[in-house]
Design a protein around this ligand. Structure first.
Ligand code: MRU
Length: 379
């Protein structure tokens, strides 16, 4: 019975109010791209149409779409929109540059742009739009396939813990949103959780709220709820306490960039969870698709560019009032300085394992190179 349910689940993409849904799609007009505008979740479900490469750049910059894999796919479709309007070399170059600078930390953006550039640049102009669309669609489909594989490998980790606990519920702590909203479908950190849940394993998720933008509270909690996965939203500082009291079995987070030596860059606050997990002898796993690996970098702390975003994201919070209005309020005194670093780096030594599409591997240079030999580069 459990196996049948799991198989059904493989076929079905994530659902919103029971309806099949992805985060990004080609619209029926064949010339624009649809997205879920994630800025409005969880209070409103809004979709938006991207008609131009400028729309795609803005969508990435303003986090209408966000999450490393989805940023990459949105950029790929952005190149298609550019080629649809003007298939010249110059337009390709301008589109690449504009999309590349939309957000600095997630390497999936550059990976996808390089894939698109390679697919298109030596092709005759009249074929470029068709080829770009085909390649962007492939990148989107590949994201789903990769996430399903991550799910299968991560499922084993959850099942092993469930077996050790004699079927008692497995408590997973996650940070930010590395769920299906951060990808095309399934998510990375959430894929093993969805598979476990669908297979009948008792699994419960502690979702860090993830200030300042609250992707955990707004997005992870929403999508887990849509899938019926039991979850509890916790303030960011609660994880250590839960771990000390035996209330967390494992941590699974996503990644925006993983270096050749296995350092992990992810949403700000991830490092503190890794430290707390280490102090409490708990497994700390990072789920990532291979396009998140940057084989050109080694030392994550020294080399990964960390995005700094607007002060208003820290100074203000958005939420729903008792009478149902969505408003933004200021939570710091007028005139206080604020800092808004988007990401931090967890050194490889704190990572128990990397859950990739090719299995769970150690966070070190040798294991990464062995798992993805075709991606290894010499500097
Ligand atoms: O700033 P965001 O919302 O784009 O940050 C997202 C994250 O940090 C995710 O954990 C990461 O992109 C992995 S998504 C599978």
């Amino acid at each position: 019975m459990a196996a049948t349910r799991a198989r059904t689940c493989y076929k079905d993409p994530m659902k919103v109010d029971g309806k099949d849904m992805r985060t990004i799609w080609v619209e029926a007009d064949g010339k624009s791209v649809g997205i879920i505008d994630q800025r409005y979740l969880p209070h409103e479900f809004v979709t938006r149409r991207l008609n131009t490469v400028a729309d795609a750049v803005l969508a990435i910059k303003t986090m209408q779409v966000r999450g490393a894999p989805l940023i990459g796919v949105a950029a790929a479709y952005g190149v298609w929109l550019a080629m649809h309007a003007d298939a010249s070399d110059e337009a390709l170059m301008i589109a690449y540059a504009a999309l590349f600078t939309a957000r600095p930390t997630a390497i999936n953006l550059k990976w996808a742009l390089d894939e698109m550039n390679a697919a298109v640049r030596n092709q005759p102009r009249e074929k470029r739009a068709v080829i770009a669309l085909r390649r962007a669609n492939e990148i989107a489909e590949q994201d789903i396939t990769i996430n399903q594989a991550i799910g299968r490998h991560g499922l084993k980790l959850i099942e092993d813990i469930a077996a050790r606990k004699n079927g008692e519920r497995v408590n997973v702590l996650t940070h930010c949103n590395a769920g299906w909203l951060a990808t095309v479908d399934w998510g990375t950190a959430t894929a093993p959780i969805y598979l476990a849940h669908d297979k009948g394993v008792a699994v419960h998720v502690f979702a860090d709220e993830t200030r300042p933008r609250n992707q955990g509270a707004s997005l992870t909690a929403w999508e887990l709820g849509q899938h019926g996965v039991p979850h509890t939203v916790i303030p960011d500082n609660t994880g250590g306490h839960l771990m000390q009291h035996g209330l967390v079995d494992l941590v699974i987070v996503g990644a925006d960039r993983v270096t050749a030596q296995g350092d992990v860059c992810n949403k700000i606050g991830t490092y503190l969870k890794a430290l707390a997990a280490r102090d409490n002898k708990l497994p700390f796993y990072v789920a990532l698709p291979s396009p998140t690996i940057d084989f050109t970098l080694s030392d994550g702390l020294a080399e990964i560019p960390i995005e700094q975003r607007a002060a208003s994201e820290v100074a203000c919070m958005t939420g729903k009032t008792a009478d149902g209005r969505v408003v933004s309020v200021q939570v710091v005194p007028d005139g206080s300085a604020v800092a808004n670093y988007g990401f931090d780096v967890t050194p490889a030594r704190l990572v128990t394992g990397l859950i990739t599409e090719r299995g769970v591997i150690a966070a070190n240079r040798a294991a990464l190179a062995a798992a993805f030999p075709e991606r290894v580069q010499t500097r």
